[in-house]
Design a binder for this molecule. Structure first.
Ligand code: NAD
Ligand code: TYD
Length: 357
């Protein structure tokens, strides 16, 4: 397929987080002529440890800053002659959004609007070719029953403050395209897993707790379903949409890989039994059912036909390979987990799980 757009100078927001950092590693490796500027506030979820390996590259620049700082964004767009924005920066954890929705609205809704506005002004000064890609989530579509899939036409029906804030950002993006003709792209991906995943999310939390022989908190009946995609496959899909996607269009991204939570937890337990020299079934004894998440979406499942057929994108990892590699990465990088789980994270963990375990 012919490329519609070849970026020369890319602004990535939230590039020190889980998906953003994996995207930067991927993109810098496969796009040797593009410059990458990473704007990240380094919240609890942002870690420069994730970017070892690109730090010294002359094509890469890190800027610590807030996407809500319009003056900073405007300056970066102009001085780096940015011709594309890939916007990952967000508050991303559903449980935290239930504890405190306000920050989610500030970062995810207001932050996106400020970025959109500065990028639109910059583009209207005469940048010939431009793209603004907003990274979103399948969670904007709400919850499915036992059957069916989310397509790009599924109505938005959000159930958590996190997903509501992401939907708000997606709708602003749409408005900028419809109102100003601004060249936007919108991706909506299913749950990611892989290296550099912050250990408050299901898979890395389970790995970390198994290693530490701590209880494994499974919400509700454990039968909620998520559709898991390797983060490097998400990165390749984002690159494909950026360079070949049609402005104004939404693209779902998913791996056709549905799992009930309890089955994932059992699988991770079993894969770690032998790796940690423990007896068969030993890790499963750590599983503890806890109170369900409020408003817990039952099932997510993506229909990724559009990106597969229109942009000829396919995931490259099998789940079997991806989950084994991910577990091995966490075993080989235990000090990474130690470093990223700061005091602030420990306080959060104590509040969430302290009196349940
Ligand atoms: P993450 O929480 O790991 O990283 C978020 C990054 O954004 C961090 O580096 C943080 O420091 C930065 N950030 C937060 N507020 C900022 C601000 N005001 N200014 C600048 N930087 C700021 O998140 P993630 O899991 O990597 O998710 C990235 C994006 O992908 C998010 O938009 C999320 O909604 C979306 N998404 C995530 C998943 C998933 O499974 N994790 C799935 C689909 C979509
Ligand atoms: P999570 O990783 O938070 O992603 P999301 O809520 O964005 O899908 O959670 C994935 C699933 O795992 C979700 O159904 C909630 C469940 N879960 C648990 O059962 N226990 C946990 O400790 C966590 C963090 C999640």
């Amino acid at each position: 397929m012919a490329e519609l757009f070849t970026p020369a100078s890319l602004l990535v927001t939230g590039g020190a987080g889980f998906i953003g950092s994996n995207f930067i590693h991927h993109f810098m490796a496969v796009r040797p002529h593009c410059r990458v500027v990473n704007l990240d506030l380094l919240t609890y979820a942002g870690n420069l440890e994730n970017l070892k390996g690109v730090e010294g590259n002359p094509r890469y620049r890190f800027v610590k800053g807030d996407i809500c700082d319009g003056a900073l964004v405007a300056r970066l767009l102009a001085e780096e002659r940015i011709d594309a924005v890939v916007h990952f920066a967000a508050e991303s954890h559903v449980d935290r959004s239930i504890e405190g929705p306000e920050l989610f609205v500030r970062t995810n809704v207001l932050g996106t609007q400020i970025l959109l506005e500065e990028a639109r002004r910059h583009w209207q000064k005469g940048v010939e070719q431009f793209r603004f890609l907003q990274i979103s989530t399948d969670e904007v579509y709400g919850s499915l029953g036992a059957t069916g899939y989310f397509t790009e036409e599924t109505p938005l029906a959000t159930n958590s403050p996190y997903s509501a804030s992401k939907a708000g950002a997606d709708l602003l993006l749409r408005a900028y395209h419809e109102t100003y003709g601004f060249p936007t792209l919108n991706t909506r991906c299913s749950n990611n897993y892989g290296p550099y995943h912050f250990p408050e999310k299901l898979i890395p939390l389970m790995i970390s707790n198994i290693i530490g022989k701590k209880p494994l908190p499974v919400y509700g009946d454990g039968k909620n379903v998520r559709d898991w995609l390797h983060v490097r496959d998400h990165a390749s899909a984002v690159e494909r949409v950026l360079t070949q996607g049609a402005p104004g269009r939404v693209y779902n991204i998913g791996g056709n890989n549905e799992w009930q939570n309890i089955d994932i937890v059992n699988l991770v337990c079993d894969l770690l039994d032998s790796r940690l020299g423990r007896g068969a079934g030993e890790n499963r004894s750590l599983i503890t059912y806890v109170k369900d998440r409020l408003g817990h979406d039952r099932r997510y499942a993506i229909d990724a036909a559009r990106i597969r057929t229109e942009l000829e994108w396919e995931p490259s990892y099998t789940f079997e390979q991806g989950i084994a590699e991910t577990i091995d990465w966490y075993l080989a990088n235990r000090e990474w987990t130690e470093k990223v789980t700061s005091g602030a994270y420990r306080d959060y963990y104590e509040r969430m799980y302290g009196n349940r375990a």
